[in-house]
Design a binder for this molecule. Structure first.
Ligand code: C5P
Length: 214
């Protein structure tokens, strides 16, 4: 407790385009706590590698990029491309990259009043003691259509089949890596948004969090 305000940490995990980012942002606004999209950190490391002409498979260079990342200067336009997403799923599998990004995430989570973080390993590794954990899912096709719409809106010329292929590749990589794989925490509440509009998914997430917090 800080003053009259309760400190609440909310962990939102799930695969790409499941709706977890939108839900986490909305939860932050609803409960008046700051939100961190942890995927943006891995994406920013990937962009730093791409800009230096380095392959994302280079673990040492990726570690250096993660250690020297300026989290206040992340360029949204650059990190949201399909290529940055694919490269992010490669750099994020390096143990040293994950270790280098641990402190910034834990520090964010421990601010007075609490925080909401979304990613792949928030409920399992970053904030295992979070007060509420959501694991947001949706079927592959729904996720691929959503992600394609986002990318096309951003001006990328990419087909549904290409997006679906990248999605399967990234899901497989995120779920199978040795260090902090994408995993539903035992105490996480699952929310399947396949058949929900954005508003419905946000409403249901708020309902679940409020019910959990009592
Ligand atoms: O969520 P987003 O698609 O922006 O994440 C990009 C990539 O960053 C993911 O595919 C995943 O490999 C990695 N990531 C991660 N752990 C997190 C958040 C993202 O490994 N907590």
């Amino acid at each position: 407790m800080t003053g009259s305000k309760r400190s609440v940490i909310i962990a939102v995990d799930g695969p790409l385009a499941s709706g977890k980012g939108t839900i986490a942002r909305a939860l932050g606004a609803r409960f008046g706590i700051p939100h961190l999209d942890t995927g943006s950190l891995y994406r920013a490391v990937a962009v730093a590698m791409i800009e230096k002409g380095l392959p994302p498979e280079d673990a040492d260079a990726a570690e250096e990029a993660a250690r020297t990342l300026d989290v206040t200067a992340i360029d949204e336009g650059k990190i949201r491309t399909a290529g940055a997403g694919v490269a992010a799923s490669v750099v994020s599998a390096h143990r040293a990259v994950r270790a280098a990004l641990l402190d910034v995430q834990r520090t964010f989570a421990s601010q007075p009043g609490g925080a909401v973080l979304d990613g792949r390993d928030i409920g399992t590794v970053i904030c295992p003691d979070a007060h509420v954990k959501l694991f947001v899912t949706a079927d592959e096709e729904s996720r691929a259509w959503r992600r394609r719409a986002e990318l096309v809106n951003r001006g990328e010329d990419i087909s549904f089949e290409q997006v679906l292929g990248q999605l399967r590749q990234r899901d497989a990589r995120d779920a199978s890596r040795a260090d902090a794989p994408m995993l539903k925490a035992d105490d996480a509440i699952e929310l399947d948004t396949s058949e929900m509009s954005v508003d419905e998914a946000v409403r249901e997430a708020i309902r679940l969090v409020e019910a959990k917090l009592g």
